[in-house]
Write a protein that binds this ligand. Structure first.
Ligand code: SAH
Length: 258
């Protein structure tokens, strides 16, 4: 059964990491109930295939270096579509509320008294950890999970609090970090993170061309440069990413299930 969308309103919908099977049922219902869908470059082809043929599709993708709509034009397009009575879905990769610029779009919609709602999605960090058979948290060892973006505005240095990121009790999920891998590695080590801290890089998580690399924080730049291709990639850093934690995690799961 379709979820109705009130004409003139907007749903910000998480498309997940790419695999259409990782879409929520709600997201799929909304995709089918829309009259127009604005989607990002990171929305998987398999997800786009679920859009019924009568629904208008508008790519507004933003991938670094390629032509794309600027955020202001996207905001305006959403407002215009809602004002003309469309049932609007704004489809974003992963979770719309994680590094998805959802707040800019919501602010603009609110400024025009347009009603909007969010449908969450599976974020890249969760998908990447699942692909690598890792738990993002680890009882007693990784009690914190930090989502951080290593994307710097062009020409500006990365302005991050490296001291707090170098926390040995945390797992870092570094989004948009491929081109800053060297800065991330050097800055974390300079802030006291052990050189041998495990790091897992996952490119195209959940997709057929997914690739997983096990590395260490000091080798991160090399791994990012030599191993990764053009797809989106995420870095997971911290003791929870240790290569041989498989059995330990199985044990832990059993304990919590009892
Ligand atoms: N809202 C998205 C994140 C958008 S920022 C989410 O919740 O996942 C874009 C960054 O997300 C990419 O540069 C990359 O670091 C990460 N990313 C998105 N999809 C990915 C995928 N399938 N595999 C690996 N990383 C991904």
């Amino acid at each position: 059964m379709n979820l109705p969308i009130v004409p003139g309103t907007v749903w910000l919908v998480g498309a997940g990491p790419g695999d259409p099977d990782l879409l929520t049922r709600k997201a799929e219902k909304l995709i089918c109930a829309a009259s127009i869908i604005f989607y990002d470059a990171l929305v998987g082809c398999g997800v786009l295939d679920l859009i019924p043929s009568h629904v208008k599709r508008v790519p507004v993708g933003k991938r670094s270096g390629r032509h794309s709509k600027d955020q202001r034009s996207i905001n305006q397009m959403l407002v215009d579509a809602a004002k003309s009575g469309e049932r609007v879905v704004r489809l974003k990769g992963g979770d719309p509320a994680i590094f998805g610029r959802a707040s800019e779009e919501m602010d603009e919609l609110a400024a025009h008294d347009i009603v909007f709602q969010i449908c969450p999605g599976i974020t890249a960090a969760s998908a990447a950890a699942a692909s690598a058979n890792k738990s993002l948290t680890l009882r007693g060892l990784a009690r914190k999970l930090i989502f951080v973006t290593a994307h710097a505005k062009s020409g500006e240095p990365l302005d991050l609090d490296w001291q707090s990121l170098a926390d040995p009790g945390a797992t870092l999920a570094v989004y948009m970090g491929k081109s800053s891998a060297e800065t991330v590695s050097k800055s974390l080590i300079a802030a006291g993170m052990a050189k041998g801290t495990p790091a897992v890089l996952v490119e195209n998580a959940s997709l057929e061309n997914e690739r997983i690399f096990h590395s260490r924080i000091d080798l991160l730049p090399l791994a990012a440069k030599t191993a990764l291709g053009n797809g989106p990639a995420i870095m997971l850093i911290g003791s929870a990413m240790e290569r041989d934690q498989g059995r330990l995690l199985m044990g832990e799961r059993e304990v919590t299930e009892v």
